[in-house]
Write a protein of this length. Structure first.
Length: 65
């Protein structure tokens, strides 16, 4: 859901400073995350359902990040 949250204005802060949440997790010792890929995250008109629309390309982009 992270890309969708950020696209809708969601921001993450640590000690009053805006931070990439993946950087924050790494700084706190997290060394693995789960990236779920939805088989069919879009309706028949190509609109996302919302709530974690991650297709194959978004998963790759998030993994590279």
């Amino acid at each position: 859901m992270l890309p969708e949250i950020e696209e809708n204005g969601g921001r993450y802060y640590a000690d009053g400073e805006q931070i990439d949440p993946l950087v924050l997790l790494k700084e706190k010792g997290v060394n693995a995350v789960r990236i779920r890929i939805w088989v069919d995250p879009y309706d028949e008109n190509g609109n996302p359902y919302g709530g974690g629309t991650v297709d194959g390309q978004r998963a790759v982009d998030l993994a590279k990040r």
